[in-house]
Design a protein around this ligand. Structure first.
Ligand code: XMP
Length: 515
């Protein structure tokens, strides 16, 4: 499948949103950095339409030759924010630096034009700009103004070129989807993005695998599960899923794997590596050190298993299946991705880093998809909604939820308390009300009373957050009665715990996990 629309990313914080909205509306698309889009266009390769994102730059500082973007008169182009300023300047209009920017909500009034006839004339739109087009180019018309009397939209009188100073892709802009649709209508595009189209696109990744054996580091989370189901559909028995039990799982994880073994066609081998992990981890206090040990041991266990397959079963793996998603592969020019050193807050343990010597080639069938699309596809592949909507669970598991030194007893305390939290969330239909929920063992002793005796025991912290992608998060405002009930059950049922606290820190400044 060829992507219909190219989204040229000028570094807007909303570029991924443009992609998602466009797909939601039924059109395939791909994000390009400007240089790549220009290079392709110079070779005569064009999509069916182009969207220019916003960006932090100013046209006054940019000397790029944008002509390939506009030289083919048939190609529809939508400019958003900075994209509108580029279009305005390119065609000879006037762009000026305002005395003050427009940030946040602004009221916009549309002109009565055919493209907007089904839309409200006055609406709230999301603005985030300093420069703006003060005079539209010859052959363009003003199609909208903001309450500050600034030009909020323009359109070419003959060519399919449209631009907005505001962001139709964000939720804060009323009727944003309809505004984007007006452009797609103008562009005369036919819808081509659907769950079936996604399945077809992902299936292509398996086309040339022939009879090769494919290995999957299977966690049971939605990404590896959907990737594996898809792989199984394409290559059947040539897919082998290894699930490493590092002894840092919760009861719900064991149960989940059992269900998947029973109810999916996947060949899942559970590798019991608890003893190896425990022998390396016990006695280690530092969170980063724990993460590194877990990551390294994971690879060792994995490699050992692969060697065993080669020697004993004469099965040679050629590929490694991974559930990498689109946000991880987008070559974005966003400030946080390009240049600049970002500080490592936590080194995430990822099975991606298998040693070179294993010589496995990667298959990443989900690399064009967003998480919600992966979920949608999972359902289409016959997976239960509760499997595709599970909360994320970090690779190091309970290893980073017992603060400080691990021991079998401390792991047990988290397993028991987490199970109680999970049971109550499910029972009270609150599981989907938060993005992630878990318990943490705090290694401090506090005084309490149990029965008639003094107790001097540890503390369990409940952590529940709402988030979109884990990058930022708010603590979840759960019902008091729910918190009270969970607290009471944990104090009564988990030996060694006399106190339960609730973490009311957002991210930032806190992170979601405690270590
Ligand atoms: P933080 O704690 O960084 O977590 O706010 C954001 C999200 O990432 C998960 N997380 C991890 N996932 N390995 C993982 O696979 C890790 O080492 C790790 N640390 C945090 C965390 O559970 C949350 O969903």
């Amino acid at each position: 499948m060829k992507e219909k629309i190219w989204i040229v990313d000028f570094g807007s914080q909303y570029t991924q949103l443009i992609t998602r909205r466009t797909r939601e509306l039924g059109f395939s698309n791909k994000i390009f950095i400007l240089e790549d889009a220009l290079a392709r266009m110079q070779k005569g390769e064009y999509p069916e339409a182009v969207i220019l994102s916003g960006g932090p730059q100013s046209v006054f500082e940019d000397t790029t030759d944008f002509s390939p973007l506009f030289s083919n008169k048939k190609i529809p182009v939508l400019g958003i924010c900075y994209g509108m300023q580029i279009m305005g300047q390119f065609f000879g209009g006037k762009v000026e630096r305002g005395t003050q920017g427009e940030y946040g909500k602004a009221e916009v009034t549309f002109e009565k034009i055919a493209q907007f006839k089904k839309l409200k004339n006055k609406f709230q739109a999301w603005m985030s700009h300093f420069d703006h087009v003060t005079k539209v180019p010859k052959d363009f018309s003003v199609i909208g103004k903001s309450a500050n009397n600034l030009i909020a939209g323009m359109m070419h009188n003959e060519r399919p070129l449209m631009a907005f100073q505001f962001h139709p892709e964000v939720e804060h802009t009323e009727q944003g989807r309809e505004i984007l649709s007006a452009f797609f209508e103008l562009a005369g595009l036919k819808k081509d993005w659907s769950t079936n189209a996604m399945l077809e696109l992902c299936a292509q990744e398996f086309k040339n695998l022939n009879d090769a054996k494919v290995l999957c580091a299977f966690s049971g989370g939605v990404d590896s599960l959907v990737a594996a189901m898809l792989a199984h559909r394409e290559i059947g028995k040539n897919l082998f899923c290894f699930f490493v039990d590092h002894g840092l799982l919760r009861p719900q994880d064991h149960h989940h794997i059992e269900l998947l073994k029973e109810h999916t066609p996947l060949q899942i081998e559970v590798i019991d590596a608890k003893d190896i992990f425990y022998s390396k981890l016990f006695g280690v206090k530092d969170p980063e050190e724990k993460r590194k040990i877990i990551g390294k041991t994971f690879i060792e266990v994995f490699e050992q298993k692969v060697n065993e397959y080669t020697k004993k079963k004469k099965i040679n793996f050629e590929y490694l299946l991974q559930g990498t998603l689109y946000p991880d592969v987008i070559e974005s020019v966003s400030p946080h991705k390009k240049g600049g050193k970002s500080v490592t807050i936590k080194s995430h343990h990822n099975v991606g880093g298998l040693p070179e010597r294993m010589k496995l080639k990667l298959v990443e069938p989900l690399r064009m998809l967003f998480k919600d699309e992966v979920r949608q596809m999972g359902v289409q592949l016959g997976l239960k909604s509760e499997w595709v909507n599970r909360h994320p669970f970090p690779g190091p598991g309970i290893g980073i939820r017992v603060l400080g030194e691990l021991s079998e007893a401390s792991i047990k305390k988290v397993q028991l308390s987490d199970q109680i939290l999970f049971e109550e969330l499910t029972k009270q239909s609150l599981y989907q009300k938060c993005w992630q929920a878990f318990t943490v063992l705090l290694p401090v002793k506090t005084v309490g009373v149990k029965g008639d005796a003094r107790a001097y025991e540890e503390v369990i912290c409940l952590r529940m957050v709402n988030s979109q992608d884990g990058m930022t998060a708010d603590w979840s405002q759960m019902p008091m009665s729910f918190l009270a009930h969970v607290s009471s059950r944990i104090c009564n049922e988990v030996p060694g715990i006399t106190r339960v606290v609730y973490d009311i820190t957002s991210k930032p400044p806190g992170t979601i996990e405690w270590e």
